[in-house]
Design a protein around this ligand. Structure first.
Ligand code: CAO
Length: 561
């Protein structure tokens, strides 16, 4: 019986052009196969088939504008008892997109297996509901990308959807490996913590046919175990950059990538391969880039012999650098391969991007903290029972707030041709944890006393070491401090924590002879290393900032002036 396929609820979008027809009359399509692609200036959406059948009529052409309810095509469905009209749920494109693969009649005509053949699998399958995890203070954040579709087999931590506020882009990853059985949200939906976004079965289903059986079993209403799971925290990156594969982050022109004319699945595919979309020539109408364009691009890059020597392909070579040396270390002695922790991979990719994209300069200076240290020791001896240990870090945070107030350019972020100066002072500090570097943030540090800062810093450092920091604990920083004072060293170059524009590195204080009052005196000297973004801050200003900080630390009474 014929089934009319209409444009489903696509939110506020109206009169959206059809930019791609993936099927033609006579094609056999399977359930979930994408039929057409719609693209507004904000989103690209695919309308998939909810049933298997043969396309008997196409009611739209390329370029036609459609809205919710517009008739798209008619399907002749096998084994359907009555005529009906459907508005299908649009499913954003995903890397597993099969629209360009020819649908063989064998594939399409294969009858869907019925429940009886899959009952044991279905009953052993465990279905979980994936919810939006703790995303800090963000609420009602729009979904800008859905990276998987029903039936996709995803690995643990694979990104499922992307949320984008005006401040950050966050991906919600799969809490564990499995097969997506339902999406409960669509592009443009606004979500907050706890909102259910998808369902997945965690049964290990290796092949697509088995997945299909599983879905068939589900649709028959077989009993399934459903439970909520603890969600992995989302990966947060500063807007507008999307979290690309770490190796690709350093070389891809993010702005040009964002502007490239390509659908989300093609973007995803490019990210996976580390291809800079801005370097790829699109073969589809209006120069739109399709999957094949990326495949050809990569093939031609590989054909040149030196992988990555082609601009646009990652491995760091968009910069025209030599490829990374490939060495068989085992040839020279025993080795052990240790996978990087998740935190290391995330922080490494961020550090790499920041180092490559920000022109860093570091200004070193020395602060005489003899009196300050004596005061700190005195406070701690007075406060023994109070259970708060006053640290040098707490004084540094307090002094830095004061210096930031005097030099607002340091409490800012670069946004294109604008400098966004913040009137709040949220200070991040680097914490060394068994899993890697974390940067918790002390909010409104300027409004807090040294004791409260010391207490919060110690609580946040403990949370960091215990792996319990929430995204909110790490968001909103305006300036960071990296203190190696408890460990040692003299000076170093801290890497700016983008989108901040400066960071203060602190090393171990030591007694040094200082010429004062016509004689050398033993003074406690604290080495400071201020890295700054030279696009925003001139060397003279950085020297003034450091000098002022040195004065403050020498006599914190100045902070009250
Ligand atoms: N000079 C001399 N001694 C210092 C000092 C300094 N600048 N800073 C701290 N100390 C002392 C402390 O007083 C403490 O001594 P006691 O045990 O005798 O009281 C000892 O060193 C240990 O201090 P701490 O490092 O545990 O505490 P903190 O408040 O100074 O720092 C934290 C907290 C979270 C910043 C720190 O534990 C840490 O993780 N530091 C590493 C940061 C890092 O990795 N930075 C590099 C980032 S780039 O890779």
């Amino acid at each position: 019986m014929p089934v009319e396929v209409k444009v489903p609820d696509i939110g506020d979008f109206k009169n959206i052009p059809v930019i791609e027809l993936m099927v033609k009359v006579g094609d056999l399509v399977k359930k979930d196969d994408p039929l057409v692609t719609l693209e507004s200036d904000k989103a690209t959406m695919e309308v998939p088939a909810s049933r298997s059948g043969t396309v008997t009529a196409l009611h739209v052409q390329l370029g036609d504008r459609v809205s919710e309810g517009s008739l798209i095509l008619t399907l002749e469905e096998a084994n359907v008892s009555s005529t009906h009209t459907e508005a299908l749920t649009p499913i954003p494109q995903s890397p597993q997109d099969t629209r360009n693969e020819p649908v063989s009649s064998a594939q399409s005509a294969a009858p869907t297996k019925q429940t009886g053949t899959t009952s044991s699998q279905a009953s052993s399958a465990e279905e979980i509901t994936i919810t939006v995890p703790d995303i800090g203070n963000f609420e009602n954040i729009p979904i800008i990308e859905i990276m998987a579709k029903v039936g996709d087999k995803v690995e643990a931590n694979a990104p499922l959807i992307t949320l984008e506020s005006d401040k950050a882009t966050m991906e919600v990853p799969a809490p564990q490996g499995g097969v997506i059985t339902a999406f409960l949200v669509k592009l443009g939906d606004k979500v907050s913590q706890g909102v259910a976004i998808a369902k997945m079965t965690t049964a290990s289903l290796a092949v697509r046919d088995t997945v299909q059986e599983e879905l068939t079993a589900q649709s028959t209403g077989e009993p399934r175990l459903t439970k909520e799971v603890t969600q992995t925290p989302p990966v947060t990156v500063p807007s507008p950059q999307k979290p690309l594969a770490p190796e690709a982050q350093s070389v891809i022109d993010q702005v040009a990538f964002t502007k490239a004319h390509a659908s989300p699945s093609v973007r995803h595919f490019a990210r996976e391969l580390g291809v800079d979309l801005s370097k790829v020539k699109g073969s589809a109408p209006k120069g739109r880039i399709v999957k094949e364009d990326i495949q050809s691009f990569v093939k031609s890059a590989l054909a040149q012999g030196v992988q990555g020597a082609t601009p646009g392909v990652s491995a760091g070579l968009g910069l025209g650098l030599l490829p990374w040396p490939q060495v068989d270390f085992a040839k020279f002695g025993a080795i052990e391969v240790q996978p990087l922790s998740r935190i290391k991979k995330i922080s490494g990719a961020n550090l790499h991007r920041n180092w490559v994209m920000i022109p860093h300069v570091t200004n070193n200076d020395d602060a005489d903290i003899t009196e300050l240290e004596a005061f700190r020791v005195q406070l701690n001896s007075e406060n023994k029972q109070a259970d708060i240990k006053v640290t040098m870090l707490a004084f540094l945070i307090k002094a830095v707030c004061n210096a930031l107030r005097k030099f607002p350019q340091f409490n800012a972020s670069l946004d294109g041709d604008n400098l966004v100066v913040k009137h709040y002072y949220h200070i991040g500090f680097a914490a060394d944890t068994p899993n890697g570097l974390m940067v918790p943030v002390i909010k409104d540090a300027d409004k807090k006393g040294v004791l409260q800062i010391a207490q919060e810093a110690s609580q946040l450092a403990k949370k960091a070491r215990d792996g319990k920091l929430s995204p909110a604990d790490m968001q909103g920083g305006t300036f960071s401090i990296s203190s190696l004072g408890g460990i040692g060293g003299t000076y170093f170059t801290p890497i700016i924590n983008a989108p901040e524009v400066a960071i203060l590195g602190v090393c171990r204080s030591s007694i040094k002879p200082v010429w004062r009052e016509n004689q050398f005196q033993p003074r406690l000297i604290l080495p400071l290393s201020l890295s700054y973004d030279h696009r925003v801050i001139d060397g003279a200003l950085a020297a003034r900032f450091n000098t002022y900080l040195v004065e403050l630390l020498a006599d914190l009474r100045r902070a009250t002036l």
